[in-house]
Design a protein around this ligand. Structure first.
Ligand code: AMP
Ligand code: ZN
Length: 446
């Protein structure tokens, strides 16, 4: 099966030919870990998980490397760490405070994307663990004439890279406006961007040839790609907002440090997601976290709802859409179960291989017989476990209450064998009992 992918670099749907079919390599810019991830952040996680599954299906599960990084060096994180350190008044190193914040946030992110049935990527490198590589890459760029040090900073010399802007295809004026560029006395040119910058003693930082400081965001991804997969990879992904300046700068750095060898052959970008017709923002009060949604909706439903829109289209996330998705999944699960090792219908696979056309693939599932439906659900990464649990919640409340009463009675007559049996029985159905001072409550196991 030929896979075609829309490549932002060529602005065309190209036939996908991996550099090495026994090691297909994909990198996706991961979350900046300082707060709960919102449903927009779930889009690249789900979309590229579907691509990961399609590549594993096509080339073999052991022949695909998928890297999604953890951005744990970022000024927003530093600000959080400084706030936390000041509030706690503890005398601990700032890097330790930063690690506490990013660990906790990343823990929630991992739970969120697991609930969305995203497979674990092959590697999840952290920026803080690749600073040595970032320093080395910066040194290479200086030697090659692509970078210069000035006043504790190191800057990328944009004018030296003749094809700078080839991904974004923007005019210089647009690029200047888009990058919200600071004019700074130490810059040769306002377009030059930061590879390394100085940190004050109370900010996270590392020792470097240019003093105590930290890497710029763009450099983090370039160095982590090099460290995990080498100079040139097959696919680089992320949200459309990252094309400029982030991905343009990743290209400039990696090509500059690697004798012009391309960073990625295919650049893929998911469109933006709005909520009930509005751009998500904290001030509008429509900022929806994945975590919050998972309290009311099975992750299964969120995943399906995401894939009903083609990944490159802008998407409107609505409650009506989620309800519709839930109904469709219930109908499908009424007739079949998803398969872990899917055999899928030709039309379904063709749709998915056509630049991940999930809406067309889903339309094929509506037409498919039970076997092809089961295979398709499996390849899209659906599993009805969560849905079954959520459905139980709606129908079994009375039965659970009766079981809790029976358990209470069993305990009163010291028949612990029976009370344990009742508890384990409920657990097998995904219901967890919690004994507290006010009696026994229950919740759905996640
Ligand atoms: P961030 O944690 O902000 O660095 O974003 C992580 C990923 O989510 C990036 O690939 C972003 O492009 C993507 N992203 C952020 N907001 C949205 C949104 N509203 N819709 C779709 N993708 C988004
Ligand atoms: Zn990146």
């Amino acid at each position: 099966m030929t896979i075609r992918l829309y490549n932002t670099l060529t602005r065309a749907k190209d036939v996908f030919t991996p550099i090495d079919p026994t090691n297909v390599r994909m990198y996706v810019c991961g979350p900046t870990v300082y707060d709960f991830a919102h449903i927009g952040n779930a889009r690249p996680a789900i979309v590229f998980d579907v691509l990961f599954r399609l590549l594993r299906y096509s080339y073999g599960p052991d022949h695909v490397t998928y890297v999604r990084n953890i951005t744990d060096i970022d000024d927003k994180i530093n600000a959080r760490a400084a706030e936390r350190a000041a509030k706690d008044g503890r005398n601990v190193p700032i890097l330790q405070v930063l690690r506490e914040i990013t660990e906790a946030t990343y823990g929630v992110y991992r739970e969120d994307v697991t609930a969305l049935n995203c497979l674990q990527p092959t590697y999840m490198p952290r920026a803080t663990e690749h600073v040595t590589q970032m320093i080395a890459m910066t040194q290479n760029l200086i030697v090659a004439g692509y970078a210069y040090a000035a006043e504790g900073h190191v800057l990328f010399r944009v004018k030296k890279k003749a094809d700078y802007g080839k991904l974004a295809r923007r005019s210089l004026d647009d690029m200047l406006a888009g990058a919200r560029i600071d004019v700074a006395p130490y810059k040769e040119d306002p377009m030059d961007f930061v590879l390394w910058k100085p940190s004050t003693p109370d900010q996270p930082g590392w020792d470097s040839p240019w003093g105590y400081g930290r890497p710029g965001w763009h450099l983090e991804c370039s160095a982590m790609i090099e460290a995990t997969m080498g100079e040139t990879i097959d696919i680089h992904g992320g949200g459309i907002d990252l094309v400029f300046p982030h991905h343009e700068n990743e290209i400039a750095q990696s090509e500059g440090a690697h004798h012009g060898h391309p960073l990625a052959n295919v650049w893929m970008h998911n469109g933006f997601l709005n909520v009930e017709g509005e751009k998500m923002s904290k001030s509008l009060g429509n900022f929806v976290t994945i975590n919050e949604l998972l309290k009311d909706w099975p992750g299964e439903v969120l995943r399906f709802n995401m894939l009903r829109t083609h990944y490159r289209q802008p998407m409107d996330w609505t409650v009506a859409g989620m309800s519709e998705s839930w109904k469709t999944l219930e109908k499908w699960y009424g007739v079949t179960e998803p398969l872990a090792n899917p055999k899928v219908g030709a039309a379904f696979l063709e749709a998915l291989s056509d630049d991940l056309n999930t809406p067309a693939a889903i339309a094929e599932l509506h037409k498919a017989g039970d076997d092809d439906l089961a295979g398709g659900l499996g390849l899209l990464g659906f599993s009805n476990v969560q849905l079954n649990l959520a459905a139980k919640k709606q129908v079994d409340e009375a039965a659970i209450a009766t079981a809790i009463e029976a358990r209470k009675a069993a305990r009163a007559r010291k028949d612990f064998k029976e009370s344990d049996r009742i508890r384990d029985d409920l657990l097998a159905q995904g219901i967890v009992l919690k004994d507290g001072p006010a009696g026994t409550t229950w919740e759905i196991k996640r």
